[in-house]
Design a protein around this ligand. Structure first.
Ligand code: GUN
Length: 295
């Protein structure tokens, strides 16, 4: 049985973070500029707390400034939007990230719509979504950028590749489809209403799973030699107690069929943070009309 190449997301993310740190050093010495990221966490969700803390630490490690706002679950939508407007007007802040999901009484569309599009480092504002689909420069969501960078470690040229994106979220599936299309892939989106998802997936040269359903993709969904990118991170209980994080793909079975595959953890996850830092640096430069000193 062949054994898939395991794509090392930690190593690639470290390289990108190193590039951001070097660019930040140059901006500091040459322009007296320190790009800053503000994160907003609403409520006490333990997983969200861990993610936001990780983002703040990664900023500081790369020489960026981190501003962390932690707000109570009961905060009103109007008060949350007022916080965002303060950050929109704060020149030390180049990127604003509101951790999702938000409490149910808050409409995420209105919250995301309140972020200055020039500081929207998640790339979720409708203006940036439209720019992405129109091929205009804007801020592009981090996880999809990370997926494409991982694919490019395996494929020099994505042109003409049959790419299947499993999952149609605004955070990952839809923006990733736009990026793959811009790279000249033939893109198919598979979702919960698709008929015979396994058969569609089996035609993919590139299969990206972003459904949040643990180990949904089985070995017989994968074309032999295909590249598989696993965006899922689900916590599953272990029989003996405790839990572990798994992806949307049955990793061990998939390794016998795929040509290359990302592990969970250590695949897409670290890339999301790396691109968040990169987007913050880009936003800092673009807001000031400076060229970004990035590779
Ligand atoms: N929650 C899960 N993923 C993300 C992300 O990429 N950005 C934000 N803001 N929240 C998230």
């Amino acid at each position: 049985m062949t054994q898939a190449k395991v794509i090392d997301g930690r190593a690639l993310a470290a390289k990108i973070r190193g590039g951001v740190a070097e660019a930040a050093r140059r901006l500091r010495y040459e322009k007296s500029l320190t790009p800053g990221l503000a994160t907003i966490l609403v409520g006490n969700d333990p997983a969200s707390k861990v993610y936001v803390r990780g983002k703040g630490r990664a900023c500081v490690a790369a020489g960026l400034a981190s501003f962390e706002r932690s707000l109570p679950t009961e905060i009103s939508e109007a008060a949350l939007i007022a916080e965002i407007e303060k950050l929109n007007g704060d020149d030390r802040v180049d990127g604003i990230l509101v951790q999702l999901p938000l409490p149910r009484h808050v409409d995420p569309r209105r919250v995301i719509g309140a972020i200055d599009p020039a500081k929207d480092v998640d790339g979720f504002h409708p203006l940036n979504v439209g720019r992405l689909w129109s091929g205009l420069p804007g801020l592009v969501p981090c996880t999809p950028q990370g997926c494409v960078a991982l694919l490019r470690t395996v494929h020099n040229d994505l042109s003409g590749a049959a790419a299947v994106v499993l999952g149609r979220s605004n955070l990952v599936g839809k923006p990733l489809a736009a990026l793959l299309l811009a790279s000249d892939c033939t893109v198919t989106m598979v979702h919960s209403k698709s008929r015979d998802a396994p058969a569609i997936c089996r035609r993919a040269d590139i299969l990206v799973a972003a459904t949040g359903r643990p180990r949904m993709v089985k070995a017989d969904w994968i074309k032999p030699g295909a590249t598989v990118i696993d965006v899922g991170t689900s916590s599953v209980a272990l029989p003996g107690g405790g839990s572990r994080v798994v992806g949307d793909v049955d990793f061990h079975a998939a390794c016998g069929v795929a040509g290359a595959i990302t592990p969970v953890p250590g695949g897409v996850g670290p890339m999301t943070i790396a691109y968040l830092l990169r987007n913050t640096l880009l936003a800092a430069c673009r807001r000031r009309g400076l060229p970004a000193p990035l590779p």
